[in-house]
Write a protein that binds this ligand. Structure first.
Ligand code: URA
Length: 430
């Protein structure tokens, strides 16, 4: 076996070479154990971002990330495991509703969701769940098993030893402009999901202004790449390509996204959450049918049964589902510049503004403000008067409003007619 050093691997990829299997395995292992520095890993990741990976390199890269840590085995659970992963969006709180909904739809399934923190302008499920007082994301293997057996679903942080190479690379990519790369996203998501032990997986691949993939061909290629990795690893995988041009639902942030999810679960959300509900039900249908289960998640949602599962999930992880969640101390409204119909609310601009308000991180070591975020008072298609508030900005520190408003300056488009209504799911891959 050849002996590798970091600089040689970086130069080979920088010069558009194909990395030998042992070079990839050595690099991922050496970065995980600290022999390769962050600077060197950042250089290789940038070279991969610019020059890509061949399908063969991608398989070995993903396998090396899986082997950097533990692999969970849920076979003794006595339930069919099914999970969902999104490539990241703005206002995407689907997991908070979907996990309890799928578990409440059938006692035969379990949803062992390992989730992450915010990346770039997109929010992270763990950051949102941490807005619930007492809730903690780390679960021992034993606690995971009992929660899945008794409740049927959990949302936990990938333990430090599930694909630890991805933990390091994910944080590095977030701060080095290397997130939006098909091989890097595909290997990041699929290494965690395969190591997490699910047997069935539905991928929500976002496409549009607020997604890492801004056009359909790239999103389709990402979806096909991930479905291929999953199938080869023995995980029954399908993907839905879904729209991420406008934020999903009515809330963007942490506490406010939990609030909206609880309202959807309780059947009291208003029409601004309709796109969120449509997407959640489409994903729930896919998850249940992958497991061969006949159930109607729309009926289950309407019955209120998923709220009970949600509460049990929160309690199982130390959270108090009824406790007040942290809220922002300052509010500022962003008004319409003209009268007409809202035709567009740019998801990328809203994601950046929400991050600047404190809901996300500008640097990986930053803490998030749970109360910060943005409420969409109007959604595309709504009529609006000039000067009427369209967005409500929430922050703990009023000095954050200026930079957020700067990000939003061209975010809201108003036209004479309402836009065409596009369904949130574009197509299915797999
Ligand atoms: N989600 C992930 O888990 N990884 C990525 O690289 C992007 C989104």
């Amino acid at each position: 076996m050849a002996v590798w050093d970091a600089t040689s691997v970086i130069i080979l990829k920088r010069d558009k070479g194909v990395l030998p299997d042992d070079a990839i395995r050595w690099f991922i292992d050496a970065y995980t154990n600290g022999t390769v520095s962050h600077e060197q890993a950042a250089a290789l990741v940038m070279a991969v971002f610019l020059n890509g990976l061949t399908p063969g390199e991608l398989s070995v890269w993903t396998e090396a990330m899986i082997q950097s840590g533990d692999r969970i085995d849920h076979t003794a659970l006595g339930r069919i495991t099914v999970d969902k992963h999104s490539t990241g969006g703005v206002g995407d709180k689907v997991s908070l509703i979907l996990c309890p909904l799928v578990a409440a739809s059938s006692k035969e399934v379990a949803v062992p969701q390992l989730a992450g923190r915010g990346l770039g302008h997109t929010g992270g499920t763990i950051d949102k769940m941490e807005a619930i007082p007492g809730w903690r994301p780390e679960l021992s293997a034993e606690k995971m098993r009992t929660t899945l057996r008794e409740v049927g679903a959990m949302i936990a942080s990938a333990s430090t030893n599930i694909a630890p190479a991805d933990k390091l690379l994910y944080a590095l990519r977030d701060t080095t402009g290397t997130v939006a790369s098909i091989p890097l996203i595909a290997s990041s998501i699929m290494s965690k999901k395969i190591a997490g032990g699910t047997k069935n997986l539905v991928l929500d691949v976002k496409v549009g202004r607020g997604a890492f993939m801004t056009n359909l061909p790239d999103a389709r290629q990402l979806a096909e790449t991930m479905v291929g990795i999953g199938q080869r690893a023995g995980v029954n995988t399908v993907a839905l390509l879904t729209r991420m041009d406008n934020p999903l639902g009515s809330m963007v942030g942490n506490t406010v996204e939990v609030d909206e999810s609880v309202a959807v679960l309780g059947g009291v959300a208003d029409s601004r959450s309709q796109d969120l509900i449509d997407l959640t039900l489409a994903l729930a249908d896919e998850m249940l049918s992958l497991c061969g289960i006949k159930a109607d998640p729309a009926e289950v949602l309407a019955s209120g049964a998923a709220t009970e599962t949600w509460q049990a999930m929160v309690l199982a992880q130390g959270g108090d589902p009824g406790a007040d969640r942290p809220s922002a101390s300052s509010v500022s409204d962003f008004a319409a510049s003209a009268a007409g119909f809202v035709t567009e609310i740019n998801a990328l601009a809203v994601g950046i503004a929400s991050m600047r308000l404190g809901a996300g991180r500008a640097r990986k070591e930053d803490a998030v403000s749970f109360g910060a975020g943005i409420e969409l008072l109007k959604k595309p298609g709504d009529p609006v008067q000039k000067g009427e508030p369209v967005l409500r900005l929430l922050a703990d520190d009023p000095s954050r409003f200026g930079p957020a408003i700067e990000a939003l300056h061209a975010a809201v488009t108003i036209g004479a007619d309402p836009p065409e209504h596009d369904s949130v799911v574009i197509e299915r891959v797999g």
